[in-house]
Design a protein around this ligand. Structure first.
Ligand SMILES: [Zn+2]
Ligand SMILES: [Zn+2]
Length: 230
């Protein structure tokens, strides 16, 4: 895949201290791609070939409709549908061909934006690891993030094991685990408090930080800042 068309300002993302930094990056990238696809790249042949072939996951279909104008979105869909009609869905009735069905499944499962983001995230993570190793300031900034969501915890830990120099690995793993575990424990306490507030004995009591516990739980578990998009 060719170089990313998106810019990933690592310091801007990590200096925000608001939620999971990797979720912020993910959301920034999906907005950039959705805007790019429905804007300047709409008539660009390479991008169209790729979007025709891969289509989008449910989240990113919603995203292109949200950020794009109606006509560009319809034009993208027009050629995507043509690709399915001409090359994927059988023209004649009969016993379903396994290969043909596999092709249908493939196009349902694939997403142009998810693929591009996956590619970018790997590059971004390598930058994060390099900064963490070389810059004591960044190390501190990393440690002081609000949290790392469960989805990105797994992704970061796995990728670090492959790409991070081994002498730094256990300290990095430890910092990352702290960010995820501390927040998980906060969520557990807030969620329990939220549930207890429904007990009649607690009527008129203090909700503390528990009012948006459900939304924060889902955001932590799903790895998406904006859980309403899903
Ligand atoms: Zn995240
Ligand atoms: Zn997607």
């Amino acid at each position: 895949m060719k170089e990313t068309i998106c810019t990933i300002p690592i310091n801007d993302i990590f200096n925000l201290h608001d939620g999971c930094p990797f979720c912020r990056m993910y959301e920034m990238l999906e907005n950039q791609y959705a805007t790019f696809i429905t804007g300047s790249a709409m008539m660009e042949p390479n991008t169209r070939v790729a979007t025709n072939k891969k289509g989008f996951c449910p989240r990113h279909f919603e995203k292109i409709v949200e950020v794009g104008k109606r006509l560009p979105v319809a034009l993208i869909l027009e050629t995507h549908l043509a690709q399915i009609s001409d090359g994927i869905l059988p023209k004649k009735a009969g016993k379903p061909d396994k290969k043909a069905l596999a092709k249908v499944d493939e196009i349902i499962e694939s997403c142009y934006i998810c693929d591009r983001i996956q590619f970018d995230i790997e590059h971004f993570l390598q930058t994060v690891f390099a900064e963490w190793v070389n810059s004591p300031e960044f190390k501190e900034t990393y440690k002081n993030q609000d949290f790392i969501c469960l989805r990105h915890y797994s992704q970061v830990m796995k990728y670090a094991s492959v790409k991070m120099p081994s002498k730094h690995l256990s300290a990095f793993h430890e910092d990352t685990l702290h960010l995820t575990r501390n927040y998980l424990e906060t969520l557990q306490a807030d969620t329990t408090h939220f549930c207890r507030m429904f007990d009649y004995r607690n009527q008129g009591g203090d909700w503390g930080n528990s009012k948006d516990a459900i939304e924060r739980d889902i955001s932590f578990l799903s790895g998406y800042l904006d859980t309403s998009v899903n």
